[in-house]
Ligand binder design. Structure first.
Ligand code: HEM
Length: 320
């Protein structure tokens, strides 16, 4: 996972990191976003049709070991699972192809993103930071949302609490180009769909859940039974926008199954392992290429810079 050469992109990545630090405080050894998390291991098995879409190695092998990390939103490692800020939840999946060779999917539980690019996202975060309870209306964030319909749609989108992190659907949001061995390319967006279906709590139930409800629940659950998701791909039709995460494709677009993710074990030394692992939003594997979405290169830079800082940090905070 190389750091991009573009100095302006790296500078923007650093500015965004600092802005997360301002919003959520410094928590050495934790992620500045999606700080609270739990890792699991398991396997991926491709569906029969997956090879028709991509020549990626994990779509041709019978099974590939995976490492997954579920997370809450925000950079607050002790954020209660009952906080509305915990939504959308994150799911990152690493397909371990060989020693030190892997390809990842980074997804969250909302089909969309507030801004088209990182500069706008920085403006959004700055507006949020400047809009404390004592600031009179119109607050900077209200002004920002008034002039950025995609951000308004993201903020207003329902974000219900799942009854379990295993009963939520996660979206890759950005599009990738899938190329098969005959050289045919199609654009698609990942969806990671729970085999048991989505299941949500009522607001009343959500308000009463304990602080570690979701992470305790999923660790207990995996002690009883494997957690299964289907890896799906929503395919773009000709003319669909493929470089803008704020643009939705119609629900009528074909969704094909790429395979099944089966998680079987919680990672025992979770704190140490999640400190170490750096997920990469760019696939960097044969048969799956990034689209021209400007979020991708920027996120790759941010996650790498942030991950290096995390690995080097001494952890002060006992968590869970
Ligand atoms: C400009 C856009 C974005 C920025 C600035 C941003 C920022 C960040 C940062 C700073 C981290 C912590 C990385 C680390 O320390 O390893 C992170 C993690 C994460 N982000 Fe983003 N993000 C962006 C877009 C997205 C999008 C579009 C999604 C959903 C598809 C997403 C989902 C996640 C998830 C799930 C994690 C946790 C990954 C893990 O478990 O390591 N982010 N993000």
């Amino acid at each position: 996972m190389p750091l991009p050469q573009d100095e302006r992109l790296v500078a923007l990545a650093n500015d965004l990191l600092q802005q997360f630090d301002r919003l959520f405080g410094l928590h050495p050894g934790f992620r500045p976003a999606h700080a609270k998390g739990q890792m699991f291991t398991g396997v991926f098995r491709p569906a029969p049709g997956a090879r028709e879409l991509t020549s990626a190695p994990h779509m041709a092998r019978e099974s590939t070991p995976v490492t997954a990390r579920f997370s809450n939103s925000t950079g607050i490692p002790l954020l209660p699972d009952s906080s509305p800020d915990a939504n959308p939840r994150g799911l990152a999946v690493r397909f371990n192809l060989a020693e030190h060779v892997h390809t990842d999917i980074v997804s969250h539980s909302l089909d969309g993103f507030p801004t088209r690019d990182g500069k706008q996202f920085l403006e959004f975060l700055e507006a949020v930071a400047a809009s404390g309870p004592d600031v009179p209306s119109p607050k900077p964030v209200e002004t920002f949302l008034g002039s950025h319909p995609a951000a308004l749609a993201f903020v207003q989108a329902p974000k219900p609490f799942p009854s379990s992190l295993a009963r939520e659907t996660y979206f890759g949001v950005t599009a990738f180009a899938f190329t098969n061995s005959a050289g045919e390319t199609k654009f698609g967006r990942y969806r990671i769909v729970p085999e048991q279906g989505n299941d949500f709590l009522t607001d009343e139930q959500a308000a009463k859940i304990p602080a570690n409800y979701h992470f305790d629940e999923i660790v207990e659950r995996i002690g009883r039974e494997p957690i299964r998701f289907k890896l799906m791909l929503q395919l773009a039709a000709a003319g669909d926008t493929t470089d803008d995460a704020t643009v939705h494709w119609p629900e009528s677009r074909e969704v094909v199954e790429l395979g099944a993710i089966e998680l079987t074990e919680a990672v025992a030394d979770n704190l140490a392992q999640q400190k170490q692992i750096i997920f990469d939003p760019i696939p960097r594997v044969e048969g799956i290429a990034p689209s021209a979405d400007p979020l991708l290169e920027l996120r790759a830079a941010i996650y790498l810079l942030s991950g290096r800082r995390r690995r080097a940090a001494t952890m002060e905070e006992p968590v869970r």
